[in-house]
Design a protein around this ligand. Structure first.
Ligand SMILES: Nc1nc2c(ncn2[C@@H]2O[C@H](COP(=O)(O)OP(=O)(O)OP(=O)(O)O)[C@@H](O)[C@H]2O)c(=O)[nH]1
Ligand SMILES: [Mg+2]
Length: 457
C-alpha cells in the first residue's frame, strides 16, 4: 500500500502588538508588569509579541480608546488609515508614510519589500473594551483587535479538559462572542432565517442563545453528579491550593501527593480541580485539591465558571494561598486572589500564606520578605525538605481540629467499617456482644456523619 505523502503546511505565527491606556493611578512599573503579564498570555496563545504601545489618559472610555494623534501613530505601525469611517486598509496614511520613511530606505522604496516590515496582525488591548471600541479600532488600524478578556477566554477554551470545564468555557466564550458578531464578518451570501425576516446576524445570535440555554441544562446535570461526589467526600480532611496563575500550585500538588498533574510555565495550565491524597498517606487521609489560577481583570463569566470548578476547594477546611515570592508584583497577585475568593464566597476557611519559589531569591530579599510576612511559610516546591515541612504543617493543622470520640458499630453494620477506617483514625477497639466499640479520632463533622449513617438515618 502506498503511503500518502503528508504536505506540511506551516502557518505563520501571528504577530501581536500590545496596546493599553496608562491610567493616572498606574505608575510605569505597574504598567510594564501589566504588559509583561499580557505578553505571557498572548504567548500562551501562540502569538509573537512585536511591541507595546500606550498613552497616558484619564480613562478607557473613548470610542477609539486613544486620542486622534495617538490613533494615527498606531495606524502607522499597523498599516491602517487611522480613520474609523474607512475600511480601506491598503491606503497608506500620511503617518504610515512617515513611519516608513524612517525605516531602511530600500524597504520603503520597493513595494514587494513592504511586506517585510513586520506589521502586527493583531492589536491586543490590555483592558476589557466594548464591542464598538473594538470595531472602531479595527477600522482605524486595519489589524484584528482582541482585548484582555478575549485572550483569557480563548486560553480557557484551549485548555479546558473535563466535561464541566468545557461546557462552562463554551458558555463564557459564546457570551463574549455574541455581542461582537457583525454582519460583515459573516460572509455575504449567508441565508437569512427562512420566512422570519431575520438577518443572518440575528439568526446567528439566536443560535447562540439557544446553545447557551442547552449548555445551562447540560451543566446542571454535570453539577448534580459533582454534588453527589462532594457529598460522598464530606467530612474528609481537605486542603486546597489556591493562588495566582503560575504561582506553582500544581508543582506543590505534585510534590505533596506524588502525582503527575500538569505543571507548565504557561498561564492557566490547570483548569480543573484535581483531588489527591497527601503522601505518604495519613490516617485519616488528607485530600489535597489543585485549582485553577486567578488573574487580574478576570472576565465576569469566567468568575462564574470558577465558582463551580472551585466548589470542591470551597469545601476545604484549610486554604493554602500559594504565591510566587520571586515575582515583583506578588502583592498585587495576592490581592487579586483574595478578591476573587471573596467574590465567590470562598474565603471563610482558615488560610496559610505559602511563599513559593524562594530558590529564585537572594538571601537579603528572602530576609526582607520574612520580616514582612512573619506568619507565612517560605519554601520551594522543588526542595523535598521544604515540601515535607509543609506536609507536617498541614498535618498539625488537622490534628488541632480533630477530637476523640467513640463509635459503636454493630455486627450487622460491619459493611460500614471501611468508611470508619477511611475517614477516622481508629485508636483502639473493644469487642462487645452486639458489635465493636471503636475509639476514634477525627474531624467532628466526619464523626457526626458516620454516627448518622450507623443509626440508619
Ligand atoms: N524556580 C522555581 N520554579 C518553580 C517552583 N515551583 C514552580 N515553579 C515553576 O513555575 C511554573 C508554574 O508552575 P505550576 O505549578 O504549573 O503553576 P500553577 O500555579 O499550577 O499555574 P496555573 O495552573 O497556570 O494556575 C513552572 O514552570 C514550574 O516549574 C519553585 O519552587 N521554584
Ligand atoms: Mg496549575
Amino acid at each position: 500500500m502506498l503511503c500518502k505523502t503528508m504536505i506540511e503546511t506551516k502557518l505563520p505565527t501571528p504577530r501581536a502588538l500590545l496596546v493599553g491606556v496608562q491610567l493616572p493611578d498606574i505608575d510605569d512599573v505597574a504598567q510594564a508588569a501589566s504588559f509583561h503579564e499580557l505578553t505571557r498570555l498572548v504567548e500562551t496563545l501562540g502569538y509573537e509579541v512585536t511591541g507595546t504601545f500606550s498613552q497616558r489618559l484619564d480613562g478607557i472610555g473613548a470610542p477609539t480608546l486613544f486620542g486622534k494623534g495617538k490613533l494615527s501613530e498606531l495606524a502607522a505601525i499597523t498599516g491602517g488609515t487611522g480613520v474609523v469611517g474607512s475600511l480601506a486598509t491598503k491606503l497608506l496614511s500620511k503617518a504610515r508614510k512617515r513611519f516608513e520613511e524612517t525605516k531602511d530606505s530600500q524597504l520603503a522604496t520597493f513595494e514587494e519589500e513592504e511586506e517585510k516590515i513586520e506589521k502586527p496582525d493583531y492589536i491586543i488591548v490590555d483592558h476589557e473594551i466594548s464591542p464598538s471600541q473594538a470595531r472602531n479600532l479595527e477600522r482605524a488600524t486595519g489589524a484584528r483587535v482582541l482585548d484582555r478578556t478575549g485572550v483569557i477566554v480563548e486560553i480557557f477554551h484551549r485548555h479546558a479538559n473535563s466535561r464541566e470545564a468545557k461546557l462552562q468555557v463554551e458558555m463564557a466564550r459564546l457570551k463574549y462572542v455574541s455581542p461582537r458578531l457583525r454582519e460583515s464578518t459573516m460572509g455575504a451570501g449567508r441565508q437569512q432565517g427562512v420566512g422570519t425576516g431575520e438577518t443572518s446576524l440575528e439568526l446567528d445570535r439566536r443560535k447562540i442563545r439557544d446553545r447557551i440555554a442547552e449548555l445551562k441544562k447540560m451543566l446542571e446535570t454535570v453539577q448534580l453528579d459533582g454534588d453527589q461526589r462532594r457529598f460522598a467526600r464530606a467530612g474528609e480532611l481537605r486542603v486546597a491550593l489556591v493562588g495566582y496563575t503560575n504561582a506553582g500550585k500544581s508543582s506543590l500538588m505534585r510534590a505533596l501527593t506524588a502525582s503527575q498533574v500538569l505543571v507548565a510555565d504557561k498561564l492557566f495550565a490547570t483548569l480543573d480541580t484535581t483531588v489527591r491524597a497527601l503522601q505518604p498517606e495519613t490516617k485519616p487521609r488528607i485530600l489535597v485539591s489543585d485549582t485553577v489560577g486567578f488573574i487580574k481583570q478576570l472576565p465576569h463569566d469566567l468568575v462564574a465558571s470558577f465558582r463551580s470548578t472551585l466548589s470542591e476547594a470551597l469545601e476545604a477546611s484549610l486554604l493554602l494561598f500559594v504565591v510566587d515570592a520571586s515575582d515583583p508584583t506578588y502583592e498585587a497577585q495576592l490581592q487579586v486572589t483574595r478578591t476573587v475568593l471573596h467574590e465567590i464566597s470562598a474565603d471563610a476557611a482558615p488560610s496559610i500564606l505559602i511563599m513559593n519559589k524562594i530558590d529564585c531569591l537572594e538571601e537579603t530579599e528572602l530576609e526582607n520578605l520574612k520580616l514582612k510576612h512573619p506568619d507565612a511559610v517560605f519554601l520551594s516546591s522543588r526542595l523535598p525538605d521544604d515540601v515535607s515541612g509543609l506536609r507536617n504543617i498541614i498535618i498539625a493543622f488537622f490534628e488541632k481540629s480533630m477530637v476523640d470520640d467513640q463509635i459503636a458499630v454493630s455486627y450487622s453494620n460491619e459493611k460500614m467499617l471501611g468508611d470508619v477506617f477511611e475517614t477516622l483514625r481508629v485508636v483502639s477497639q473493644d469487642y462487645t456482644e452486639t458489635g465493636r466499640l471503636m475509639h476514634v479520632r477525627g474531624l467532628p463533622n466526619a464523626i457526626a456523619k458516620l454516627k448518622k449513617s450507623l443509626s440508619g438515618n
